[in-house]
Design a protein around this ligand. Structure first.
Ligand SMILES: [Zn+2]
Length: 126
């Protein structure tokens, strides 16, 4: 009689939540997984063996991290203190225009730091 046996690793979901994904540099949803080795018979896991550990998988990009990533806080935002008003931004955009920069090019740079509606309003006012 032929017996096919072996080992496999399976994961089970322990929980989920939100964390700071280092790959995408933003807050994303995650699932907390437990990895366990199983003894298989005819490719069917039949006997649970050693727990290999816990890992965190980003629901957005799929990158897996050690579960310690959940204890790390998100890095502080680049100094966004003191909101930029549309008047200040208009002055910045005017200088950029005088230097021959296109507002659209400037917009792509600014939109990372400043809300898009503020950028749009400043460009509209020129
Ligand atoms: Zn991610």
């Amino acid at each position: 009689m032929l017996l096919l046996f072996g080992l496999t690793t399976r994961t089970k979901t322990l929980g989920s939540g939100t964390f700071h994904c280092q790959n995408e540099r933003g807050d994303r949803n995650y699932v907390l997984l437990e990895a366990r080795r199983w003894f298989t018979l005819f490719f069917i896991p039949v006997i649970p063996l050693k727990v290999l550990g816990e890992l965190v998988q980003c629901s957005s990009c799929g990158v897996q991290y050690d579960s310690g990533v959940l204890e790390q806080a998100a890095p502080p935002l680049a100094s966004n203190e003191g909101e930029v008003t549309s008047d200040e931004l208009e002055a910045i955009v005017r200088v950029g225009t005088e230097l021959g920069m296109l507002p659209a090019r400037l917009r792509t740079i600014l939109v990372e730091k400043i809300p898009a509606d503020v950028v749009d309003e400043a460009i509209r006012r020129i």
